[in-house]
Design a protein around this ligand. Structure first.
Ligand code: UDP
Length: 329
């Protein structure tokens, strides 16, 4: 029996596929390559190139492959883009998940680990954020992820489906050894952008706002290594295989760093003089997002293998230094 990984050519998906195969799992990746990379797919995984919204395509996959469980990453995931193009997010994220769940039901696949986000919380009243905190997404990305969670909840109530939804905070870093790493075209994420200044492919980083309600005025985020996220997916899969119940679980390190602190850490890790300028706020950015990671420990037995920001940045730098043009390098 195989694990189906929709979105397995994307950043977090491809790293999780490496972890699954490392653990001896048989893996099938489905990806439409809208933002994924063929070169990111582990050579030991079977790649079905196509779109989860195409039910006939997905049906054929479920007939030909024997699927035990799904780890679902296939989604559009940029906050700013979601504000500009909300219907793209409803279409790919919500409709895509609907087709996927329908195919799973048709083919008796009853376990799904789901890629959710801290953006479901919106601007929190306090940090660290517990899973019981109110969910008030401030953009269509967070809204569609929350609606995907609700879809799984109601399908689960009406069928045998069980799910674990993992609400990630800020994923970063790369697989050790440099085989794969983070490569978004039109990069919008902080750490890759800062490291692109360090590797000479970008002249400067703009700090989006320095008047937030935080100690140094720049936004505070909780950065977690992508391979720690990958391990958490493996633990969530184990939980479901052991008959565990539905869960929603935060994944972060429980420690916040400001944008300025991230830039300074990148300077000290790379030894480069990284030029940073201050610009206006980016719409939709909450002041602080920091996870309570207690539930991940209690329910999944999760603990991060690489919790320190300098180690996470060093891991990302190994990739960006050796791959200045990402997978085209
Ligand atoms: N950020 C920034 N400059 C950039 C990109 C990001 O100041 O060029 C800030 C952004 O406003 C946020 C933090 O860095 O406060 C993390 O942003 P990112 O896009 O990496 O992740 P997000 O928190 O949106 O998931």
């Amino acid at each position: 029996m195989a694990i189906l990984v929709p979105g397995g050519a994307g950043y977090i998906g491809s790293h999780t596929v490496y972890a699954l195969i490392d653990q001896g799992e048989d893996v099938v990746v489905v990806d439409n390559m809208q933002t994924g990379h063929r070169a990111a797919v582990h050579p030991g995984a079977r790649l079905w190139e196509g779109d989860i919204r195409h039910e006939a395509f997905l049906d054929e996959l479920f007939v030909k492959e024997k699927i035990d469980a799904v780890i679902h990453f296939a989604a559009n995931s940029l906050v700013g883009e979601s504000v500009q193009k909300p219907l793209d997010y409803y279409d790919n994220n919500l409709y895509g998940t609907m087709v996927l769940l329908r195919c799973m039901a048709k083919h008796d696949v009853d376990k799904i680990v789901f890629s959710s986000t801290a953006a479901t919380y919106g601007n929190p009243d306090s940090v660290p954020i517990l899973e019981s905190a109110p969910t008030r997404p401030a953009n269509p990305y967070g809204e569609t992820k929350l609606a995907m969670e609700a879809m799984m909840k109601w399908v689960s109530a009406a069928s045998r489906l069980r799910y674990v939804s993992l609400r990630y905070f800020n994923a970063c870093g790369a697989l050790e050894g440099g085989a794969i790493g983070e490569d978004h075209r039109n990069e919008t994420h902080l750490i890759p952008i800062v490291l692109q200044v360090a590797n000479g492919t970008r002249p400067e980083v703009t700090i989006f706002g320095n008047d937030y309600n935080t100690p140094d005025g720049t936004c505070v985020r909780d950065y977690i290594h992508v391979m720690d996220l990958a391990q958490a997916h493996l633990l969530a899969l184990k939980h479901l295989r052991n008959g565990g119940k539905n869960e929603i679980i935060n994944l972060g390190n429980g420690v916040g760093f400001s944008v300025k602190e991230v830039v300074d850490t990148c300077r000290s890790v790379t030894g480069k003089d990284i030029r940073a300028v201050t610009g206006p706020r980016r719409p939709g950015d909450p002041d602080q997002l920091v996870a309570s990671s207690l539930r991940a420990q209690e329910v999944l037995g999760f603990s991060a293998g690489m919790p320190r920001l300098d180690d996470i940045v060093a891991s990302a730098w190994e990739w960006h230094r050796s791959h200045p043009r990402g997978f085209d390098s």
